[in-house]
Design a protein around this ligand. Sequence first.
Ligand code: ADP
Ligand code: AMP
Length: 214
Amino acid sequence: MNFVFLGMPGAGKGTQAKIISKKYNIPHISTGDILREAVANKTELGIQAKKYMDEGALVPDELVVSLVKERIIQPDCEKGFILDGFPRNLEQAKILEEMLEEIKKTLDAVFFFSLDEEVVVKRLTARRVCSNCGAVYNMIYNPPKVEGVCDICGGRLITRDDDKEETVRNRLRTYNKDTAPLIDYYKKKGLLYTIDASLSVNDVTKEIERHIKK
Ligand code: ADP
Ligand code: AMP
C-alpha cells in the first residue's frame, strides 16, 4: 500500500492522510509537516526552507528529496506509506521512482484530489491547526468545539503563516505551474485515481477506500 496524495494545497490531503494512516496502520509522510517542524526547531534545513515556504514557493528539490529518502527506508514503511505533498514536480517524481526502485518497491496508486481553486482558497483561509498535536480544523466546515482550542489535546489552534490569502494565491500559482503536470504523468502510468474532493470528509474517505479495496 504505497500511496501518493496529490492535489492543490487545501484540497484535503492531510485530513484524509491522517484518517487512512490510522485505519490501515501505514505512516503519513507529509513533507510540509516535516519542513514546518524543521522551521520551528530552527535546524539548518528549516533555516534554508523558511524563505521559500513564506513566499509560497517550492523548497529546492535537494533539500526535500533527502528527507524523503531517509524517511521511506524506515521499518514502519515496510507495510506501506502515504506520501502527502511529495512529489511536487516532475523532477521529484522521477527521483521518487529511482528511490523506490533502489529499495525494490513501487507505487500502488496516486490519489488526485480534484477541487475548484476558489473552494481551496476558502478552505485554506479558514484552516486552523493545533500548535501541539497538528490536528487540522476549519472555521467553516469543521470547527473545534471550543473556539481556538484543540478537541483532541486541548492545544492552542493557530493559523499557518502561509494560509494568508496573498501567500495562498502564490502557492496556487506554484501548484499550477510545477505540480499540475504530475496529473498527466501518473495518468499515463495508469496509477491515477481521481477523487472528488468537494464531498464531505466522510465521503472522500469512502471514495478513497473504494479504490483501495479494489
Ligand atoms: P491539504 O493537506 O490538502 O493542504 P487539509 O487537509 O489541511 O488540506 O484541508 C484544508 C482545509 O480544508 C482544512 O481546514 C480542513 O479542515 C478542511 N477540509 C478538509 N477536507 C474537507 C472536506 N472534505 N470538506 C470541507 N473542508 C475540508
Ligand atoms: P504543504 O504543507 O504540503 O502545503 O507544504 C507547505 C510548504 O512546504 C509548501 O508551500 C512548500 O514551500 C514546502 N514543501 C512541502 N512539500 C514540498 C515538496 N515536495 N517540494 C518542495 N517544497 C515543498
